[in-house]
Write a protein that binds this ligand. Sequence first.
Ligand SMILES: Cc1ncc(COP(=O)(O)O)c(C=O)c1O
Length: 383
Amino acid sequence: MRIFDDRELGYLEEVLDSGVLGWRREGMTGRFERAFAEFVGAQHAISRSSAMTGLAQAVSCSPAGWGSEVICDPIVQFGGLAALNEMATPVFADVEPDTLLMDPASVRRKITERTRALIVTNLWGLCARLDELRAICDAHRIFMIEDCAHTTRAYWKGKHAGTRAHVGVFSFQQGKHLPTGDGGMIVTDDPAIDEMLYGEWAFGETPKWFTLNFRMNELTAAVGLAQLERVSGYVDTYNACQRHLDEAIKGCRWLKPRAIPPEAVPSAYTWLSFWDGDRYGMELARFQQIAREKQVPLRFGFIGKPAYLWDCFQAATDPDHPGRAAFKRHPLFPGPKYREGDCPVAEERFPRLINCGVMLPTEEQGRQLAERLRAAIETMERG
Ligand SMILES: Cc1ncc(COP(=O)(O)O)c(C=O)c1O
């Protein structure tokens, strides 16, 4: 259950009593940043207005920009959008079929002499193979960014999400593990990056680099500090709900669970499984109907296709695309057009994706949801 009560009010009152609502390192934002850095085990944390602004800013403090390439993953669009926003060309690496996370082997194949940054999404509560990706980045002098919007309190080989890369970016948007309404956090161990981001606030002198205002304010930080004290409890509940759903599909031949590698500690966000029924002559439409009847809120096929087949990415590199007008401030991005077949694993997986929200207020609700899913599976199997 998400709780907003006296703890949040107490910190909010402190802010109001201080008479200062705007960001300050000696105020509530600074307190939240230091507490968050300690929570994830990073040297520095810089609070932001959202994860999307944090991702764009992470690209802007990397060596990537116009004429260079940023490797992204294709299941969600956020990394690609951050690259486009900073005028760099997104190049999409494929994913592993059983986790849907960026595949290091595909990354190796996508690197060119123009690759300057990589944005890996720790998707739906699970970290990608972060140590392997960091080693690849180091070998090729690539700036690594982790999108950790779904991985507050998730770990890979004992290290918190966001701390293997040069920069990790978290989201505190309402639907995330640690909600402040909107908000985000950049974490880094590099004092030069911390200083660069801090330089954003250096009003009154010539900016040392080009960026805009992505600050968090003191009121948001007050809620964030209180929620940080609660987030581990939330994540424990969500992980328990996810385990119930995994249990419900155990033994089902035609619904395959998402693999959770032994090196990963997840922070459940969206539960994922894969439809395999076509291999047994089963009809997906029938299972969709049964799931509706049993009130199991499954989402089929997620957003339908990989990000690079969306109009906004297609239009970035295709002069004849009808969506070109949306790029009024961008010249045509150099590089090949995005095509079907660019990430064959992602394309094959999309129609098989079956998601379900597991950020439920109580474990009991997760257990009941799992029971309904089990009943839907049994109905389907009866034919
Ligand atoms: C993977 C991922 N990255 C980034 C974002 C953007 O987060 P925000 O809403 O804080 O900008 C989201 C939002 O849903 C997300 O799911």
